[in-house]
Design a protein. Structure first.
Length: 226
């Protein structure tokens, strides 16, 4: 079972426009606290985890915010490494296999996503387990879905399931990619070809806060359940 969590916090947040002119996207407040703190609350709700966040754009602000939390920061310089490259570069700090990963530009309403993944994880069959939400429960989603679920729990590209940014991933496949900068999609494609890529539908709701309208949508979603 994973005992480490990678928080993806290095992006430029260009879809946020002026909101990221003076801060990185993970520090944009939603419902009274920065986005990255919503992710940290999920980690705290799961239990003890070694937490690493990557940082690139305004990395000093991410480091200052996480100081004293116990989370470590892997600064990506001089270039941003994308999700796959960023995760591979952070492996010495994570010191774990498998690992949880979690995007920091989403807010959740429902069961703890890390707990849901842990309950469904089967290392005998899986090298990756992606938590996906049905399109109708993906608040603020612009566009269609990402995956469809097969009868045995494997997933394929295309369909009405939206990847939430939460997963459990075995780390050895990261070493098979020769490029320094690469997306996790590269790893998923290889795992898919080997029948080792699985998905888990999320029973709650999830809000994409990667664009400005997502802030108000997330706050309404959270308060609708109070």
């Amino acid at each position: 079972m994973p005992d480490a969590l990678m928080l993806f916090a290095a992006g430029f947040g260009t879809r946020m426009g002026a909101l990221t002119a003076d801060r990185p996207k993970p520090l944009i407040p939603v419902d009274g606290k920065p986005l990255i703190d919503h992710a940290l609350a999920l980690a705290e709700g799961y239990g003890p985890l070694r937490i690493v966040a990557n940082a690139h754009y305004r990395a000093d602000m991410v480091q200052a915010h996480l100081a004293g939390t116990g989370a470590q920061v892997a600064v990506e310089q001089p270039e941003i490494l994308d999700t796959g490259g960023g995760l591979r570069a952070a492996l010495p700090l994570l010191d774990a296999d498998p690992v949880f990963t979690l995007n920091t530009d989403a807010v959740w309403s429902g069961p703890n996503p890390l707990q849901a993944l842990a309950r469904a994880w089967d290392p005998a069959r899986m090298d990756a387990l992606l938590l996906c939400v049905p399109l109708e429960n993906a608040v603020g989603r612009k566009g269609g879905g990402d995956f469809s679920l097969l009868g045995d729990g494997q997933i394929r590209r295309g369909g009405a399931l939206v990847y939430t940014g939460a997963q459990i991933l075995r780390t050895p496949p990261l070493s098979d990619v020769p490029e320094r900068v690469f997306s996790l999609n590269t790893v998923w494609n290889a795992l898919n070809a080997r029948g080792r890529l699985f998905g888990l539908p999320y029973s709650g709701r999830w809000c994409d806060v990667g664009h400005p309208e997502g802030i108000a949508l997330a706050e309404r979603m959270l308060h609708a359940d109070v």
